[in-house]
Design a protein around this ligand. Sequence first.
Ligand code: PEP
Ligand code: MG
Length: 835
Amino acid sequence: MPSLLTAELVRLNARAASKQDAIVQASELLAAAGFIEPGYLESLQGREQVSNTYLGNGVAIPHGLQEDRHLIRRTGVAVLQLPEGVEWHDGERAHLVVAIAAQSDEHITLLQRLTRLIGDPQQLRTLVEARDPQILVDALNGAVAHTGPSVVDSTPADFEQRVELVLDYPHGLHARPASAWVATAKRYQAALRVRHGDTAADPKNLVSLLQLGASANAQLVLSAQGVDAGDALVALKRTIEALSAEEHERAAAARARRQKAQPVLWTPLDPADVFEGVSAGPGFSIGTVRVLRAAQLEIEDRPGNTVDATHQLDAALHSTANELEALTRDTAARLGAAEGEIFAAHRELLNDSALLEHAARLLLDGHGVAWAWHQAAEQQAARLAALPDPLLAARATDLRDVARRVLKHLGENVATPMRLDTPAILIAEDLTPSDTAMLDPAVTLGFCTVSGGPTSHTAILARTLGVPAAVACGASLLKIADGSEAVLDGTSGRLYVGVSAQDRERARQTQLHLLEQAERAAANRALPAVTLDGHVLEIGANITRPEQVRDALANGADGVGLMRTEFLFLERHDAPSEDEQYDTYRRMIEASGGRQLIIRTLDIGGDKQVPYLNLPHESNPFLGVRGVRLCLRRPDLFVPQLRALYRAAKEGPLWIMFPMVSTLDEARQAIALAETVRAELDAPKVPLGIMVETPSAAAFADHFAALVDFFSIGTNDLTQYVLAVDREHPELARMAESLHPAVLRMIKQTVDGARKHRKWVGVCGGLAGDPLGASILAGLGVDELSMSSRDIPAVKTRLRGSRLDALQALARRALDCEDVDAVRALDNAEIKAAA
Ligand code: PEP
Ligand code: MG
C-alpha cells in the first residue's frame, strides 16, 4: 500500500474545543492536501450522526459516509495529535484523531494497525507525546483505507452512474455467483452499490450481497462513483449476466436430479415412524442410527492483552484462509471444481469487513479473542438466518462453518463428533459443508438432518460422496433414540424407524436388488474402453492419494494417469520429508498393483500456492516460476522428491512426469538431475516424460519427443495459454474451452510430434473426461485418457459405442471448425453416424 500519510498531514500538539472542531481541523488538512472536496466535511459529520467512530484508548477514526466517496479525490489520512484530548463519545476523550478519506474497500489493514496500537498503551503514549510527525507517519503508514462498515446500508441512494437489471438466476443471488461479483467489483477503485428495493449492498463484500436477499427476477440497480465507475459498472453487469447461463444449467441439473429422485424405493407394509424430508443424496441403506445432538458452542470470555489478541486473530484468519484455499483445491481435485468452489466462497466470507470490524470492536472493549470472534460471527449468521429466502438463509450454516474453523485456530476445542467408528446413519440438527466433506463414506450409511435444503452445500457434497441423505426432516428427528434401527431411502428423502421384522427383511431384499443393479453397472464399467472396431484406449484416473486408487479402479480406471503430488505439500506447515514422500509413493505403487502409474513432480506456483515456501509475490503467477521452473530453482524441494520417487521405483513400476515445461533446456536439466539421483541410488530406470501444457511444448513436440519417453497433455493449462484466458478469471473462465479448435490443433501437433519418435501420448487435462472431448482426442490418436474417476463410466460408454474411423473423421472436422459451438454441433451428427 502506498504511503498515504505524510508529515504535512500530521498536526502535532493541536487543540480542539470540541469534537466538531477536531473534525473541521482534520478535514481542512485533508482538503489542503487535495484528498477531498470541501463538501466531504459534511459527510464526516454525517457519519458521526449514524455511528460511533471512537475506536478505543483515546483513538478516534472519523470517516465519511460511503455514498459520499465521490467527494474523495485520492485516498488519504490526516492526524490530529491532541495532548489535552477532546470529548468524543460517551465521556471518552480522543487524543489521536485519525481522519480517513478512503475511496475503496482496501479495508481491515487500518483496523489491524490501529487495534495493535490501541492495545499497546506505551506506544500510544509515544504517539500522543511525539514531537516529530515522522513518528506518527511511520506508525500509521500503510494502515489506511477503510471508511467504515460496508454492510447493508439503511439509507441507500444510488450513485451517479447507474444501470438496472433483472436478476436472471433461478435460485437468486447465492454465495457462488456472489463470490464472482465480489471478485469483479474488487478489481475497480470506484465505490459500487447494488440496490434491491430499499436495501443496498456493497458488491465488494460477500455477506453484504447475500443479505440483499435478492431472489430470482429481483430488480437490481447497480450504481457507481469514482475514477473507473463506468468500467466497473460494465464489468459487474457483464459478470452478473455471464453467470446467468451457468445458474440455469445448474438449476436444470438440480431439477432433473429432483425429478429422478422422486421415486420411492421402498415403503413398509406395517406401521412405522416416517420422517419425511427432502432428498439430498440418492441411495438406500439400513442400519443403526447415531444421533448427534449439537453441543451449543460455549466460548468462554477470557479477556487478555488486546495487542496479543489482535495478533492471534490475525494469525487465525490467515491460517484459516490458507486452510480453505488448500481445501478448495483438494475438494476440486477429489470431488470436482464446483464442489471446490464451495470452500472458495467460504474463504471469501473471511473478508467480510463488517464481521472483522465487529470482532475488532469487541476486542477493544476488552473481551477475549475467541469470544469476540464467536459473538461477531454469530450475530452475522443470525442476520443471514433471518432472511426470508431459505436458500440465502442457509448461508448462515456456511458462515458458522467458517467461524468454527477460525475458532479452532484460536485454540478452541470445537471438534465435531462426526467421526463414526462403526457403520451408522447419522442424524443431526444440521451438518456444515466441512463436516460433510470429512464424512467417511465407508462408515456413513447415510445422514438425515432437521434443517438444510437440497441445494445447500452440504447436499451437494453428500451427492458427490455418494452418501444417501435426507434434509429438512423436521425437529422431531432429534427425538429418535440413539441406536434405533432405521431404513433410509435417500432417493425419496424418507427415514423409517420402528420398522417391523418382516419389513426389515423386505428392506434387505430391496437393498440386495439395488446392489445387484449397481454391480451390473460396475461390471460394465470394468470393461475395456474398446471401440466397436476394436481400437483400445487406455483409461487413467487423476488422483492425489493412495486411498483414492480403489475408487478409481472401481470406476473402471486401467491405472493412474496423473498423480498430482503437490497435494502432499498442502494443508501443512512445512514440506514433507523424503521419507514421508517415499512412503506415499510406495503405498501408491502398492495400491496400483502393477498397473500404469504416472507421478507428476511438484507443480507449485500459478493457482497452487504453498504459504510456508514463502515464494515471492508474482503479478502473473501463471506466467511465473511454477512447475518445473520452480523445481529447477529449488533443488531443496526437487531432489528429495526425485530421491523418494526413485527409492519407490525399486518397489514397483512408476513413470515420472515434469509439469509446465516450456523449453528443451528445462526438460534436459530435469532429466539430467533425475538421472544423477537415480544413479546415486542405483535405482531402476523409469520412463521420464513431460506434461505438454504450454504452446511452446506443443509446437516443439517433435523436438521434445526426441528427448523424453512420453507426453501427457495438460489441456487445462494448454487451453489457458493458447487462448490467453486465465483459467480462474471469474468473467473469462467460461471462454477457457478446451474444445476450441485452436487448442485441438495444438493437441494434433503434439500427437504428430510424438509419432515421429514413436512416443506414447496421454491426456490428463479436463478435456479427457468430457465424452465429446474424449471422442475427439481418441480420433486425434492419443493413447490414453486420464480423468476424474467419476467421469470414467460416461467416457467409456461413449467410446465403446463408437468406431475409430468415425472418431477420426470427427476429429478432422473439429480441427476445421471456427469455434467451440461448431465443434459441439458436430457431436450429434458424427457420433450418431458412428454408432
Ligand atoms: C492440466 O493443466 O491440464 C493439468 C492436468 O494440470 P493441472 O490442472 O494440475 O494444472
Ligand atoms: Mg497443468
